[in-house]
Design a protein around this ligand. Structure first.
Ligand SMILES: [Zn+2]
Length: 442
């Protein structure tokens, strides 16, 4: 929500981010590193087995689809009314034979149908072990969410991404691609969705109940941010024992039931929410067509009209144009170890995520690391700073990995077994250089 690592809630879904985490690198990466590796080692053997699984998965999809077609042919012969029953029968057959749930069997049939008939290029790539089964499933889910007419142009770039990126990074990059092609209809879709806003109550056990509010994302995140900020101030009071979750819930009641927060400390009153909105500079100025949509941190794309409204007006919105602000501090060299706030913000904005391979932890919850350690003469500059989550910060310092900065803000990781992985930042900071200068770009 904001850019201070100190102010992050410990309870916000770390588990989900670790789920998205994927250590397995693509075969292409392994080939990349072929010149580094002399003879096959344990990692090679694991990679080879994983590749075989991909090949077998592709073959299984083909067979499952053939079986599905057979059942459908049968349905045709017995008249359309029986289609549902036969589909169900197929699921049961597969589930029993494979000893999986019918839900899992139905997923298998769905993926097989999509890969064989809609995305044969992805199936072919899986069959050559250029992507994993999880990449294929992610690709199907993302592209199936797009209107059929728009899918065509997405398949090739999606397959290329799947072949290059680990699953977590692939999912985010593909989401971004999908958002761009759907940006033109985003305003319409958002307007229709806003008409569905509502507050609902759902009874729960032990005398509790849930209050759900289905809201436009920006407002919803602003509400959560304000509650979090109030909760932190209350939590810092001596003797306070409530957790941040409890404090948020109590502040919500105080604000909504009678609007009376007089018993809160002075610092907790008048707190306003901060939401970071990233707006492509061109979109902020005018023409919307085919441009990257505006994005709210932690939410995703919002209609550009809404972004312009946020950027033009009310206080409390942190505005980041995808262009550096004049006078932005890019380096303080060896003068100080701790980066100034503007530089920390820029480092996090550029990476968006932890800069370890495949990690999905948002930069706002990461620590800022000097790639070349301060003790070894590393500078406090954009060219030497990166957000790393706590886990990967530890791995970097104690795990025998060699990590260094490349041009353009990318980070190179050399594993203890000699494999090389390059993590690209989410965004680029434009470089300004005098024609005669030999300054290193960021
Ligand atoms: Zn990480």
């Amino acid at each position: 929500m904001n850019f201070d690592s100190e102010s992050q809630s410990p309870s916000e879904g770390d588990a989900a981010d670790w789920d998205a985490f994927d250590w397995r690198m693509t075969a292409a990466d392994a080939v990349d590193a072929a010149d580094v590796i002399q003879s096959p080692d344990c990692v090679d053997r694991v990679v080879e087995l994983a590749d075989m699984r991909s090949v077998f998965a592709a073959q299984q999809f083909v067979e499952v689809d053939a079986l599905h077609r057979e059942f459908l042919e049968d349905a045709k012969r017995h008249g359309r009314a029986l289609t549902d029953v036969l589909e169900r029968s197929l699921r049961l057959e597969l589930a029993s034979a494979l000893r999986i749930t019918e839900h899992a069997a139905s997923e298998l049939v769905r993926l097989a149908d999509a890969l064989v008939h809609r995305y044969p290029k992805a199936l072919e790539s899986l069959g050559r072990a250029q992507m994993t089964e999880r990449h294929a499933a992610t690709l199907v889910d993302a592209l199936d969410s797009v209107e059929p007419a728009m899918r065509e142009g997405l398949v090739v770039p999606a397959v290329a991404l799947a072949e290059a990126e680990s699953v977590g990074t692939f999912r985010r990059a593909l989401r971004k691609l999908v958002d761009i092609v759907r940006a033109d209809t985003l305003a319409e879709r958002h307007e229709a969705a806003v008409r569905e806003r509502r507050v609902a109550i759902e009874p729960a056990e032990d005398g509790m109940a849930w209050v759900h509010a289905h809201l436009p994302a920006v407002e919803a995140y602003a509400i959560h941010d304000r509650l979090t900020r109030i909760g932190r101030v209350l939590g810092a009071v001596d003797g306070e024992t409530r957790s941040l979750d409890q404090l948020r819930a109590d502040a919500l009641c105080d604000l909504l039931i009678d609007g009376d927060t007089a018993h809160h400390p002075v610092e907790a009153r008048g707190i306003r929410a901060t939401v970071a909105v990233t707006v492509p500079a061109l979109a902020a100025l005018g023409g919307d067509q085919g441009l990257e949509p505006a994005v709210v941190e932690g939410i995703g794309p919002i209609p550009i009209a809404k972004a312009r409204e946020l950027c033009g007006g009310a206080d409390g919105w942190m505005r980041i144009l995808t262009h550096p602000e004049t006078g932005m501090v890019l380096s303080v060299g060896r003068d100080q170890y701790r980066p100034p706030p503007a530089l920390r913000r820029l480092v996090r904005w550029r990476a968006d995520r932890c800069m370890a391979p495949g990690c999905g932890i948002p930069a706002s919850r990461c620590e800022i690391d000097h790639s070349l350690a301060w003790e070894d003469g590393g500078e406090t500059s954009l060219a030497n700073l990166d957000p790393l989550c706590k886990g990967h910060h530890t791995v970097k310092h104690h795990g025998d990995w060699v990590v260094r900065h490349l041009d353009g803000g990318a980070l190179e990781w050399i594993s203890p077994t000699g494999r090389r992985y390059v993590v690209q930042p989410e965004r680029r900071v434009p470089v300004f250089r005098r024609a005669d200068s030999g300054d290193a770009p960021f």
